[in-house]
Design a protein around this ligand. Structure first.
Ligand SMILES: Cc1cc2nc3c(=O)[nH]c(=O)nc-3n(C[C@H](O)[C@H](O)[C@H](O)COP(=O)(O)OP(=O)(O)OC[C@H]3O[C@@H](n4cnc5c(N)ncnc54)[C@H](O)[C@@H]3O)c2cc1C
Length: 387
């Protein structure tokens, strides 16, 4: 039961990835704090698969080890003429795995409360208004997820994912992060495969596209024909996942002025060029949970400042990808990325910790022939000015 007259140390608005990571980090750094998660749906965490590189996570964040995570020693990428193994440990956590961890935490601690079916209508500095009443908090973190509000110009990363039980063993032990040997329609398109067990896999048909709409039948057919090419003749769909994420060209980090904070996607705590949230949401969670209450705003601002270059450059890459390069050439950028960059630079890129030298390496040799250098540099300047 939640108590609307009690003042919680933390009220987390929206029960998705960011709220889950915050709950774990607070439990570790500040175990006497009372935490309330408010979620509009019937259960927390929706229907997602969140992947990340092991190296995105600092070894100092021992609180993440409470999460049950699937891990592989590396992964492969495939483009015309290129098959590469990237030897960077790769991890994945599902909504189910997250739900079990938070359930365990709330059973073991009476300091974590979850209120589902509570749609939040208004968030103030110390008060949240929901369909189920008002809740008070010393620190309120808005984690309501994606929004297109305030984004000037976006492309989309969209996908249909099918989790399957196979009649035969899957031939690969490692995930395939990009299988780009397929028709490049609707922008850059690739298949993404996570082999959880020899006969249980997730396949996603993914697009970096101008449009947020996805043709589900066409994607299901592409997955089917890939399975047949990999000599799998029998399978059963056990879960369907669909998503679409706006990928911004300009900065969206909310200014931090008080202990009313915006976390997760809505606060700009995601990698704009990959769409992955885990690394930055975990960083945000660690800073919020480990700071003295009156220093949270200041420390979050410092973290945002520390990430400024990476944030700006990632958004510039989106501008390049969606705005400057014709959709039919889009895959060349990814092909080049995986052809030219060594594992350590790929690691820094995904961890949102890339250096200026890495940025030059990513751009070197670009733009593709269809883009004039002058347009390219004008756009780079515009991206920097707006960040
Ligand atoms: C194709 C694709 C692939 C992706 N792959 C990855 C990946 O591999 N790794 C990764 O890290 N990220 C990935 N992402 C991105 C990731 O899913 C999101 O960016 C991430 O979930 C954002 O976390 P969040 O906590 O901000 O929002 P969410 O996880 O979306 O959580 C927001 C929560 O707030 C709730 N909510 C919303 N409004 C209200 C309200 N008014 N009142 C109460 N509750 C509310 C929602 O129901 C939801 O539960 C992918 C996205 C896409 C589209």
């Amino acid at each position: 039961m939640t108590n609307s007259h009690q003042e919680y140390d933390f009220v987390l608005v929206g029960g998705g990835l960011q709220a889950g990571l915050l709950a774990l980090a607070i439990d570790h750094h500040n175990p006497t704090a009372n935490v309330l998660i408010l979620e509009k749906n019937k259960c927390l965490f929706g229907n997602h698969t969140w992947s990340f590189h092991r190296s995105d996570i600092s070894c100092e964040w021992s609180w993440i080890s409470q999460l049950s995570i699937t891990q592989w020693p590396g992964y492969t990428v495939h483009f015309p003429g290129i098959n590469r193994i990237v030897e960077l440990p790769y991890c994945s956590v599902s909504s189910d795995q997250f739900r079990k961890t938070i359930k365990r935490l709330s059973i073991n601690s009476d300091r974590l409360r979850v209120q589902t079916e509570a749609e939040v209508n208004e968030v103030e500095t110390h008060c949240v208004r929901t369909s189920k009443g008002e809740f008070l908090g010393k620190t309120i973190v808005d984690c309501r997820g994606k929004t297109t509000g305030g984004l000037s110009g976006v492309g989309y990363q969209k996908f249909l994912g099918l989790e399957l039980i196979l009649g035969e063993d899957w031939p690969d032990l490692l995930p395939t992060i990009m299988e780009a040997n397929l028709d490049q329609n609707d922008g850059y398109r690739f298949l993404y495969v996570l082999p959880f067990e020899p006969r249980r896999i997730l396949i996603e048909d993914t697009f970096f596209s101008e449009s947020s709409l996805i043709d589900q039948d066409q994607s299901a057919k592409a997955i089917e024909s890939y399975l047949e090419n990999r000599r799998v003749s029998r399978w059963q769909v056990i879960r369907r996942e669909q998503g679409c994420l706006p990928m911004p060209f300009t900065s969206t980090c909310q200014p931090v002025t008080s202990n009313q904070l915006t976390g997760g996607y809505a606060g700009g705590w995601f990698h704009a060029a990959t769409g992955f949230s885990f690394a930055l949401a975990a960083r945000f969670a660690d800073v919020v949970a480990s700071s003295e209450s009156d220093l949270i705003g200041r420390n979050v601002s410092r973290l945002a400042e520390k990430n400024r270059f990476q944030r700006t450059f990632a958004r510039f890459l989106n501008r390049l990808l969606f705005h400057l390069v014709p959709p039919s050439c889009r895959h060349e950028i990814f092909r080049r990325f995986y052809t030219k960059l060594p594992d350590d630079a790929i690691q820094r890129f995904y961890a949102h910790a890339f250096t200026k030298t890495d940025a030059v390496r990513i751009l070197f040799g670009l733009p593709p022939s269809s883009l004039t250098p002058i347009k390219f540099f004008q756009s780079f300047k515009a991206a920097i000015c707006r960040a």
